[in-house]
Design a protein around this ligand. Structure first.
Ligand code: SF4
Length: 687
């Protein structure tokens, strides 16, 4: 067998779409690990020249300049077709380039793996590894490449552990022997200390680390849940500290730290990591925010860790369902609700926002049980809940044919919001397979719950209408009940607001297709509309912007009517006067589109209540305590600085739902309000 003596040029790419959105905003740790591992363990007389890539245009430029011997591509649901596009592009430049694909986006069973590989003729080899840990499988395939003289045919002469392919000559499906997971993650040399991540410190992307790999839970919708991934393997504290210091000395202090861990905060070891993070916060004022997934049990430990690292760790109540039948069906266990409630108290004490996550259409879930889950989380103090739709991920047990049949999962395909682009001359369209009905959750119910969630997003999550919800609360109506009331009254909502909801439902239907082929054909026909944002995108974000900024006056009228009905007969004359004072206040202070008009208006109204003072004291006493004892004239003005910020952002992002969706992400509800002159000033102005 010939031995290749030349230096082997390897490009490893964990690509992200970047034309309409940044599909992933973290450093490419996965390909960094593959690079250092191969450099450390592949024996190659000519040596390896390994380069890593994140941006499609960088990879294209590199391929144009010099096509590599090996091109390795990571596959996730948001970049799979982008990866395939670059495999095609590289092969067209040089057919001898060996194309590899790894990552979690890979089916679980061998028949599905074979079908998957046969559908990707541009990929020579799937680098699978144990579950989807790629380092050892990648080392093996590169070693074989070097030993076999640098051809695909040479590689495919016999199976390679951890790798799968369709044999070039025989057309047979070949799966190499299984390999063991890496038990000591220090076996992987640090990509940070090797300098591979240095170019990313200037980008604004978030540095990513993995303290541990593995997850002891077995949630069947998740591709981390397979049995072989259940043991937890770690880096040593010493190595983690070295990486953290390396990052702390280079990163801008406002940039968050990301842990790729599935259950941070659940293990004793994480307490030692937290101690060191607290030291870094003292020494480098970093990290101020940590993005990760917190553990599903050991709530007390998580609370202790949150305290140690002072407001930097948000707790995500990612319960996915609160229904015991569903939890059994998906083999998931959650932190107990009482523990969640304690954690939410801690989150609020640290001045942080709390998030919850649920998934629609899980097996056994019904409309009623799903809405109860939202109510339970809101009652536990969670301020914002993501109601994700169930996506069938390759590699997750719920995606197998057997599970689909067992649970009667009906799916449709849609474009992954804004994950499209044209990088090499061909449109690339990412798609996802969504569960849209089950025997216990009909498609119409799926749409109906999406509408409920849209109402929560418009009215509750951002705190835009906080005073109305606080008034409802003081009158014995919970936020959930107020939104339920609006949901029940939608038929009679003001026409402009009703149109927002109808259009949302229409687009939610239209974005779904029976197959990927039909979805892609539609997306290609409408590519320009998708790129401009006129079509597609994140519908929840788009329509929440329309409801909040374009039908704002009607939304306020609708809220007022629902509030009156929800409080019902308890709303006496004084209560009615207070409610109207709250609504007049909201009408007076809120800024909305067209901003050229609302930014220059300075409404004046009469009120018998000091809503500002009530809100300023965090609604700790009844609104009745804030009576002026007379009717006063309230005047408003637009803060010049605030006006300049809004105008500047409109110039940058555009005054349309997609633009507003972007710039509101970094602004608070209060940034879209006029300033009320003090009661005294208003009173003087009245003189
Ligand atoms: S959803 Fe989270 S807890 Fe469940 S298996 Fe996946 S990573 Fe583990």
């Amino acid at each position: 067998m010939a031995t290749k003596m030349n230096r082997t040029l390897i490009y490893l790419a964990d690509l992200g779409h970047n034309q309409l959105t940044i599909s992933s905003d973290v450093y490419p740790l996965g390909v960094g690990n593959l690079a250092t591992y191969a450099q450390a363990y592949v024996r190659s007389p000519g040596g390896l020249d390994i380069r890593i890539f994140r941006e499609p245009h960088d990879l294209k430029a590199a391929i144009d300049e010099q096509t590599p011997d090996i091109l390795g591509l990571s596959s996730y649901s948001w970049n799979h077709n982008l990866a395939l596009d670059f495999a095609r592009y590289a092969k067209a430049k040089r057919a001898a380039t060996v194309t590899l694909m790894g990552g979690p986006n890979f089916p679980l069973t061998q028949p599905e793996q074979e079908t998957w590989l046969r559908g990707m003729p541009g990929i020579d080899i799937a680098v699978r590894g144990p579950t989807y840990e790629g380092e050892r499988a990648f080392r093996n395939i590169v070693q074989r490449y070097v030993d076999a003289g640098g051809t695909v045919e040479g590689i495919q002469e016999e199976p390679v552990a951890g790798n799968l392919w369709i044999d070039r000559r025989s057309g047979e499906f070949v799966a190499g022997p299984e390999i063991e997971r890496i038990a000591d993650l220090d076996e992987i040399p640090s990509p940070y200390l090797a300098g591979l991540m240095d170019p990313y410190f200037a980008t604004g992307y978030l540095p990513m680390m993995a303290i541990a790999r593995g997850c002891p839970f077995s949630c069947s919708f998740c591709n981390s849940s397979v049995q072989s991934n259940s043991r937890i393997y770690r880096h040593s504290l010493e190595n983690l500290k070295a990486d953290l210091v390396y990052i702390a000395q280079r990163v801008r202090p406002e940039v968050a730290l990301t842990f790729a861990d599935d259950n941070f905060g659940m293990y004793d070891f994480d307490e030692e990591v937290a101690d060191f993070i607290a030291y870094l916060q003292e020494r480098y004022s970093w990290p101020r925010y940590i993005r990760t997934t917190t553990g599903k049990n050991r709530g007390e430990r998580i609370i202790g860790i949150m305290r140690k690292i002072r407001a930097a760790l948000p707790m995500t109540a990612a319960v996915q369902s609160m229904n015991p039948v569903v939890l059994k069906n998906i083999a998931r266990s959650n932190i107990r609700l009482e523990t969640y409630t304690q954690i939410q108290t801690e989150v609020r004490a640290q001045g942080m926002q709390s998030y919850g996550e649920l998934i629609l259409c899980l097996p056994g879930e019904s409309r009623q049980s799903f809405l109860k889950g939202i109510r339970d989380l809101m009652d536990a103090g969670v301020k914002r809940i993501s109601a994700h739709q169930l996506m069938l991920l390759h590699g997750a047990p719920l995606s197998t044919l057997e599970s689909r049949e067992k649970f009667g999962l009906k799916t449709m395909t849609r474009v992954v919001a804004r994950n499209i682009g044209n990088y090499t001359g061909e449109p690339v369209i990412e798609t996802e397979e969504m569960v849209v009905s089950t025997p216990t959750f009909s498609f119409e119910e799926y749409l109906d719950v999406r509408v409920f969630h849209l109402l929560l997003t418009i009215f509750y999550y951002e705190g835009n209408f906080e005073e109305a919800f606080e008034f409802a609360h003081q009158q014995g109506v919970s936020a959930f009940d107020l939104v339920s009331q609006m949901h029940a009254m939608l038929e009679g909502a003001p026409a402009a607001f009703r149109k927002v909801i109808d259009d949302f439902v229409r687009e939610s239907r239209e974005e779904l297709f029976p197959s990927r082929e039909e979805c892609v054909a539609w997306a290609r026909r409408h590519f320009a509309g998708l790129v401009s944002g006129e079509l597609g995108g994140n519908l929840l974000s788009k329509y929440s912007m329309l409801g909040r900024f374009y039908a704002a006056a009607e939304a306020l009228d609708f809220l007022r009517d629902a509030l009156a009905v929800a409080i019902g007969p308890r709303l006496d004359e004084a209560g009615l006067e207070q409610m109207e004072a709250v609504m007049a206040y909201l009408r007076g202070v809120m800024l909305y589109a067209p901003f050229s008009e609302t930014l220059s208006a300075t409404p004046v109204w009469n009120s018998a209540y000091d809503i500002e003072a009530w809100s300023g004291e965090n609604y700790s006493r009844p609104l009745a305590d804030y009576s002026f004892g007379e009717t006063r004239r309230i005047q408003t003005m637009v803060d010049e600085k605030r006006k300049a910020v809004i105008e500047n952002r409109i110039r940058t992002f555009g005054e349309h739902p997609a633009g507003l969706g972007k710039f509101t992400r970094t602004m608070f509800a209060r940034d879209f309000r006029r300033v009320v002159l003090s009661a005294q000033a208003a009173s003087l102005a009245n003189c």
